[in-house]
Design a protein around this ligand. Structure first.
Ligand SMILES: Cc1ncc(COP(=O)(O)O)c(C=O)c1O
Length: 509
C-alpha cells in the first residue's frame, strides 16, 4: 500500500485512462485520414485547455476526456496520404509499443547497475547497427538526443584531436568546413565549441544541392594559404534542404590532406543503409571518423532516436571522460568491483537519455531491417515518380532530380521575389487537403515535398500537384508560363480545357 500522501490513481482508473487514450490513438493511426489537420490558430486550440495551473487536479476521468476529446482533432495527421511535411514521421506501431514500455518504467541507459535491461538492449542495438554498416569492433555507437547533439559531440572529438596533435593549438585558427546546405546545427555546434564565426565556412553547392568538390578543395587550399588549421570537414548524406548526398570519398580525401576530422551528417540519409538498392549512396561513409544517423527520421521511430557512430571509440571516450571522473555520485570510477559492462554514460555528452533503443529494437524485431529498407525504397520511388510528373507538366518546374525522398518544385513562370510561392505554402499549411513545406535555395523559394507517409500512393502525387495548381489558380492569378524547355503556355483551370487570362497580380498577394 502506498502512503496516503502519495497521489496516484487506482489500477481501474489507470486502465480506463490508458485504454481510452490507446483506443483514440489507434483510431487515428488506422482511421480514414480524411483531413491533414491544418495549423489553426493557437487561441482556438487553447480553448480546450485549462488555462491556469491546476493546483487541484481534475482527476483521471477528466484527463481521459481531455486527451481523447476535441483537442485531438488538432493533431496533424502524419499518416495522411497527402502529408509531405517535415522530417518527422508517424511512428511504426512496433516502435510505439516499445516506447510505451520505456515510458512506463523510465529505465535509465546511463549506468548498467540502475538499468540492466535498458543498457543491455542499447548495447545490443549498437551491435546491430555496427553489423548494418559493417563497422569495425573498435567503433562505438552512442544513442543521442538528436542529430544536433551528434554533430556537437563529433565536433568536440575533432577539437580534442587537434588539441592532442598540437598542445599550443590556437582556437582562433581553427576552421570548420561544411556545405552551404548543411543543417544549421553544424555551424551552431562549431560556435558552441568556441570557433570564430568567420572560421565556420559554408562551401558552395552545385545545382543538385550537393557540396561542390571544387569549392571544397578551394576552401581547404584557402585555409592553408591563410595559415589556418582545418579542424573538421562535415559532409551531408541527405541534406535537410533536398535530401542530397555529398561525395563522401572526395570529402574523406580532403579531410585526410589537412589532418581534419571527417564527420558525415547522415541524420536524414543514413536510412539508405537499410536497402541494398540505396546503400551505395553512402559510399565512402566508412572513411569518416564519425557519422550521425537519426532513426527518428526515415526509420519511422518516434524521437528522440539518434545515433552517433565514432570509428575509434577511444577518441569519443577521451573527449568526454575528464569531467565524468569527478562524478562519483553517478558512477564511481574507482569502484573496487564494478557491476556489468562499461557504463554508456562514458560515451555520451548528455547525462540523462531516454531508453530510446527499445524503439529501434522493437521495430527491428517486429519487421526486420529488410522490410524497413523496403519502406525507404518506396519513399524514394515515389519521389522519382513525383519528379517525373513535375518534369512532364507544363505548369511545374523541378529544381533538380531527387537524390532520395524529397522533391523541390515550383510553378513555372515569373515569381521573382518568390512571394507567390511563399503564400502558396502558407495557404497549404492552413488548408486541410495537402501539406508540404518549402525551402529557399539558389535565391528562390521552392515547394518541398518530403515523401514520408506510409499511406501515400502514386495517385496521391497527381492529387498533390492538382491541389497546388488549384490553389495557384483560385487564390492568385497564375503568372504567364514561359519555361525554356516547355515553351510559352497558359495555365489551364484544371481539366476544363478553358484558357484563363493570365496576369501576375503578386502585389495583391
Ligand atoms: C541533415 C540533418 N542534420 C541534423 C538535423 C538535426 O537533427 P535533430 O533535430 O535530431 O537535432 C536534421 C534535422 O532536421 C537534419 O535533417
Amino acid at each position: 500500500m502506498k502512503p496516503q500522501t502519495i497521489p496516484e490513481m487506482s489500477r481501474d482508473q489507470a486502465t480506463h485512462l490508458m485504454q481510452s487514450v490507446m483506443n483514440r490513438a489507434l483510431d487515428q493511426a488506422f482511421g480514414g485520414h480524411d483531413r491533414t489537420v491544418a495549423a489553426g490558430d493557437q487561441a482556438s486550440i487553447a480553448t480546450f485547455l485549462p488555462e491556469k495551473l491546476p493546483r487541484k487536479g481534475m482527476g483521471p476521468e477528466y484527463l481521459a476526456e481531455l486527451l481523447t476529446g476535441p483537442l485531438t482533432d488538432h493533431i496533424r495527421d502524419y499518416r495522411h496520404p497527402l502529408h509531405f511535411g517535415h522530417q518527422r514521421p508517424a511512428p511504426l506501431v512496433a516502435s510505439w509499443a516499445g516506447d510505451l514500455l520505456a515510458g512506463s518504467t523510465n529505465s535509465t541507459v546511463s549506468v548498467f547497475e540502475a538499468g540492466p535491461l535498458s543498457v543491455t538492449v542499447e548495447n545490443l542495438v549498437g551491435n546491430w547497427v555496427k553489423d548494418l554498416f559493417s563497422l569495425p569492433a573498435s567503433a562505438r555507437v552512442t544513442q543521442t538526443n538528436g542529430g544536433s547533439e551528434s554533430v556537437l559531440t563529433a565536433l568536440l572529438c575533432a577539437r580534442e584531436q587537434k588539441q592532442r596533435l598540437a598542445q599550443d593549438m590556437d582556437m582562433r585558427r581553427l576552421v570548420v568546413l561544411h556545405s552551404e546546405n548543411a543543417h544549421y546545427c553544424v555551424a551552431r555546434s562549431a560556435r558552441v565549441l568556441g570557433l570564430l564565426r568567420e572560421n565556420i565556412r559554408a562551401v558552395a553547392t552545385d545545382a543538385a544541392g550537393r557540396m561542390s568538390m571544387a569549392a571544397l578543395t578551394a576552401a581547404v587550399d584557402q585555409a592553408s594559404a591563410e595559415g589556418m588549421d582545418v579542424m573538421a570537414i562535415v559532409a551531408s548524406a541527405g541534406t535537410t534542404a533536398n535530401s542530397a548526398f555529398d561525395d563522401l570519398n572526395t570529402c574523406a580525401e580532403q579531410a585526410a590532406l589537412c589532418d581534419a576530422w571527417f564527420h558525415v551528417d547522415a541524420s536524414h540519409g543514413g536510412s539508405a543503409i537499410l536497402s541494398s538498392k540505396l546503400s551505395a549512396k553512402l559510399d565512402g561513409l566508412l572513411r569518416a571518423d564519425s557519422f550521425g544517423w537519426n532513426p527518428h527520421k526515415l526509420m519511422w521511430i518516434a524521437p528522440p532516436s539518434s545515433l552517433l557512430i565514432v570509428q575509434n571509440a577511444n577518441a569519443l571516450k577521451a573527449a568526454l571522460s575528464d569531467e565524468l571522473c569527478d562524478a562519483s555520485y553517478i558512477a564511481d570510477q574507482k569502484a573496487i568491483n564494478r557491476v556489468g559492462p562499461v557504463d554508456p554514460i562514458e560515451w555520451s555528452l548528455a547525462c540523462t537519455r531516454p531508453f530510446a533503443a527499445i524503439k529501434i529494437f522493437s521495430a527491428l524485431v517486429a519487421y526486420g531491417s529488410d522490410a524497413l529498407g523496403q519502406r525507404v525504397e518506396t519513399m524514394c520511388d515515389l519521389a522519382q515518380e513525383l519528379a517525373r510528373l513535375i518534369d512532364g507538366h507544363p505548369e511545374f518546374e523541378l529544381m533538380c532530380h531527387p537524390d532520395f525522398n524529397m522533391v523541390c518544385f515550383r510553378l513555372t513562370g515569373a515569381d521573382p521575389d518568390s512571394r507567390l510561392h511563399r503564400h502558396l505554402r502558407d495557404r497549404m499549411a492552413r488548408a486541410e487537403t495537402a501539406y508540404l513545406t518549402g525551402v529557399e535555395m539558389d535565391g528562390r523559394f521552392w515547394l518541398r515535398a518530403h515523401l514520408i507517409s506510409e499511406n501515400t500512393t502514386k495517385d496521391d502525387l497527381s492529387t498533390l500537384l492538382e491541389v497546388v495548381l488549384d490553389l495557384g489558380l483560385t487564390e492568385y492569378e497564375l503568372p504567364k508560363i514561359n519555361h525554356p524547355k516547355k515553351g510559352i503556355c497558359h495555365a489551364n483551370s484544371s481539366g476544363t480545357g478553358q484558357q484563363r487570362t493570365i496576369g501576375c497580380t503578386l502585389d495583391s498577394v
